[in-house]
Ligand binder design. Structure first.
Ligand SMILES: Cc1cc2nc3c(=O)[nH]c(=O)nc-3n(C[C@H](O)[C@H](O)[C@H](O)COP(=O)(O)OP(=O)(O)OC[C@H]3O[C@@H](n4cnc5c(N)ncnc54)[C@H](O)[C@@H]3O)c2cc1C
Length: 258
């Protein structure tokens, strides 16, 4: 597959790859070939990319691919890879944490503990990026991503950057949707945690990770929970009922792929 020259801006500083096996970009280690993958150099580069990328071309944002099942026929279009691209993480003057969408949960949890903040420990157990966690309202052990969100920063298909508050979204268990439109991706968030003892936070992160290692097959390809828990119950306990899939499924069926 040749370079997507029709939308290349020569000033872009990120990395293009072509004919990339999605099995290399997902924790399930499965999935067909994506035509193009673009990893922006940083946020400015992403803005430039979005301004030059035709809005009608298919574009799939991917973080760590830990909640993604790509069909064997692969993806006709471009994957926007944000892990390792949008990685700024800083403590703000008001005590909030500004994190870009490519920051992994474990890094966010450790950063908060380092700054004597509590309430971010659960992020350490979720092997995704902040962007993916915002999109999924990821959570565990009674905590959810959006409970910590003060504001998010988004970008639309024309490269316009906005700051939005939680009340502009429908937020529920593993569900997040912007009320008025749906062409925006998350590029960052301001998160609020409670002041506390960083050493206690570190111990909690350690305990939480030990619990996961003991109870989950982390050495095998997987995407965490495949099914959504029914209200007040656990999906794993239910038999003979229709369960909703929590994992995002994208891509072409093998017969129609290349
Ligand atoms: C071993 C294991 C344990 C897990 N445990 C948990 C758990 O305890 N709790 C839990 O909630 N989940 C869990 N998960 C699932 C997964 O880690 C989360 O859903 C996580 O939020 C996915 O983040 P990601 O960056 O990998 O997203 P991806 O898998 O890359 O993408 C998931 C979805 O988010 C979208 N997306 C990604 N980035 C952005 C962005 N910047 N803006 C808009 N949309 C975006 C993608 O298009 C896709 O639709 C687990 C997965 C594994 C493999």
């Amino acid at each position: 597959m040749s370079e997507p020259r029709q939308f290349i801006d020569s000033a872009l500083r990120g990395v293009w790859r072509h004919d990339v096996a999605m099995s290399r970009l997902t924790s399930w280690r499965a999935g067909g070939i994506a035509d193009h993958v673009y990893k922006p150099a940083d946020l400015d580069d992403l803005v430039r990319f979005m301004r030059s990328f035709p809005p009608e071309q298919p574009l799939y944002e991917v973080g760590l691919g830990s909640n993604l099942l790509v069909r064997d026929g692969g993806l006709r279009g471009t994957v926007l890879l944000l892990h390792g691209a949008l990685s700024e993480l800083s403590l703000q003057a008001d005590g909030s944490v500004y994190a870009e969408a490519g920051v992994p949960g474990a890094k966010l949890a450790r950063f908060a503990a380092l700054h004597d903040l509590r309430g971010a420990e659960f992020f350490a157990g979720i092997p995704g990026t902040l962007g993916g966690m915002l999109a999924m309202n990821a959570g565990c052990y009674g905590s959810e991503t959006w409970a910590s969100v003060l504001r998010v920063q988004t970008i639309d298909r024309h490269g316009e950057v906005r700051v939005r508050t939680a009340d502009e979204y429908e937020i529920a268990y593993r569900h997040v949707a912007l009320r008025e439109r749906n062409d925006e991706r998350f590029i960052a968030a301001w998160l609020k945690f409670q002041p506390g003892d960083g050493e206690v936070a570190r111990q909690e992160i350690k305990a939480l990770l030990s619990k996961r290692i003991a109870s989950q097959p982390l050495h095998m390809p997987n995407a965490g929970s495949v099914f959504r828990n029914p209200p007040g119950d656990h999906a794993a306990r239910r038999t003979g009922v229709r369960l909703q899939c929590e994992v995002r499924i994208i891509g072409e069926r093998a017969e129609s792929g290349k």
